[in-house]
Design a protein around this ligand. Structure first.
Ligand code: SF4
Length: 481
């Protein structure tokens, strides 16, 4: 049996329950100092909420403040007055018989346990309570709260309230006999409840052995879902051509927070006002020196902190292939990777750019989340194109380009689409020839890639293959803010 410090426990609880509602029987004792009222209130309080007992007492004592007045009421009248206390019919019967029973004791409430036990409806608990509360006698009233809590503490090891009373008489210092019931009733009603005691906020939690207790389970604080940003990336294969196919309406219809565009093939001054000042978005551009070639744009509802054009390296920055926007919690790196060209004639240059970009992105990742998006001009694995065998030596699926992507991802980046979707036949680019799109003979070469450390921010990734207007379709990332 655990050895608890009963002095500490009861001292802490006395302080604790001072702010709780006082059990109604104590309240009546304090207010009236009248043993008759304490006795009647105690009888009424069995199996009844304090609030209900208090109201019933108030109605009954208005008509019957002492035993003679109670004798004048019929059992039916008493029943009506005390309703709805628990077992009100039985209690009305006891109370109707009470005045006659009290006559045996001169019309007064007796002050001895055995005499009290002879009264109708008075059991050991009630008798002890009346002795303790009404007469201040060294009686221990053990109701279910006292019995239960003393066993939870391991202070007694008993199976009935009577056994607990006997055990406490032997063990509990007498100075606590008068008060222990009131304290533990209040505590048992307010904190150490019979079902799911509130151990999480209990003043005794650090000391209590909690024997046989299943504390209440607090509802888990609901995870507040962080707002999600919807990012879309799209190689439009010429923004002016796309505009003729409804580009602005498509963007407005999709309504992303950020729209990253590759292959604009235009300088900003060549664009219409609706493309440079699209409703609801700020627009940023990175054009190639050569007109009608490559080029990037970002339309954003979020205001960037900083905009970085290119890699800061002359040999790579004339073609409008990199446009980076820094936001509060992430970098968006919008990239249009080189095509290695037939015969892989530009492969070395492409791989040099790729490595420089890798270094650049690593530097950003050291600062905050990086979202790299765009046309990488490479399908990563066989699942990512319709005819892998036929394209093994071709630009976009050469071993060298795929090996670079392997290395890049292995260094700590995530191909977000494959995180959410392992299905074959998921493509983002189709040749304009041979009805390739209709037949879904395509390649997945457009990506959203995120640093692995920010994986938990990813909510979804998708290919928006229904969106027409280019030989590529948009890809989408949902990113928690
Ligand atoms: S810790 Fe829990 S079981 Fe122990 S007294 Fe407090 S509420 Fe009751």
């Amino acid at each position: 049996m655990p050895d608890i410090n009963i002095d500490l426990f009861l001292a802490l609880l006395k302080q604790e329950v001072a702010s709780y509602q006082v059990p109604v029987v104590d309240l009546i004792a304090v207010q009236s100092k009248d043993p008759f009222k304490v006795l009647v209130a105690t009888i009424l309080s069995a199996r009844t909420k304090d609030e209900t007992t208090a109201k019933a007492c108030s109605r009954l004592f208005a008509k019957a403040p002492e035993a003679t007045a109670l004798a004048a009421l019929s059992q039916e009248e008493i029943r009506t007055l005390i309703y709805p206390v628990g077992f009100f019919k039985n209690k009305a019967r006891y109370l109707a018989a009470l005045p006659a029973a009290l006559d045996t004791f001169g019309g007064k409430v007796p002050t001895e346990l055995d005499d009290l036990l002879s009264l109708p409806g008075v059991g050991r608990k009630t008798a002890n309570l009346v002795l303790a509360v009404a007469f201040g006698k060294p009686a221990i009233c053990v109701d279910t709260h006292v019995h239960r809590i003393m066993n939870i503490w391991g202070y007694v090891e008993t199976t009935t309230p009577e056994q607990t009373e006997m055990a406490l008489r032997r063990k509990l210092p007498q100075k606590y006999w008068l008060t222990v019931n009131s304290i533990l009733v209040a505590f048992g009603q307010g904190t150490c409840k019979p079902v799911g005691p509130h151990c999480d906020r209990c003043v005794l939690a650090a000391y209590c052995p909690k024997l046989g207790v299943t504390p209440r389970r607090l509802p888990r604080p609901r995870h507040k879902e962080r707002p999600t940003l919807r990012l879309i990336s799209w190689n439009v294969n010429g923004i002016r051509a796309a505009a003729k196919k409804g580009f602005v309406d498509i963007v407005q219809g999709l309504g992303p927070d950020i729209m990253a565009i590759q292959e604009t093939k235009a300088h900003p001054e060549q664009l219409s006002a609706e493309l440079t000042g699209m409703n609801g978005y700020e627009a940023y551009f990175a054009a190639a020196r050569k007109k009608g070639y490559s080029g990037l744009a970002v339309y954003t509802r979020l205001k960037p902190i900083r905009v970085i054009t290119g890699l800061g390296r002359d040999e790579f920055d004339s073609e409008g292939r990199l446009l980076t926007l820094e936001f509060d919690s992430f970098f968006l790196v919008n990239a249009y990777f080189h095509n290695a060209q037939p015969g892989l004639s530009r492969l070395d240059y492409k791989l040099a750019f790729n490595r420089a970009l890798h270094d650049f992105v690593d530097e950003l990742t050291a600062q905050k989340t990086v979202v790299l998006c765009g046309d990488l001009n490479v399908a990563h694995k066989e699942i990512d194109l319709a005819n892998p065998k036929a394209n093994e030596k071709n630009p976009g699926f050469s071993a060298e380009e795929r090996a670079w992507l392997d290395t890049f991802l292995a260094s700590g980046y995530v191909d977000t689409f494959r995180l959410f979707n392992q299905e074959p036949g998921q493509y983002t680019w189709w040749s304009y020839r041979f009805n390739a799109r209709r037949k879904n003979i395509g390649w997945r070469i457009d990506y959203f890639i995120v640093d692995a450390g920010s994986r938990q921010r990813l909510k979804g990734a998708a290919i928006l293959s229904d969106i027409m207007g280019s030989d590529h379709c948009p890809v989408q990332l949902e990113l928690r803010r």
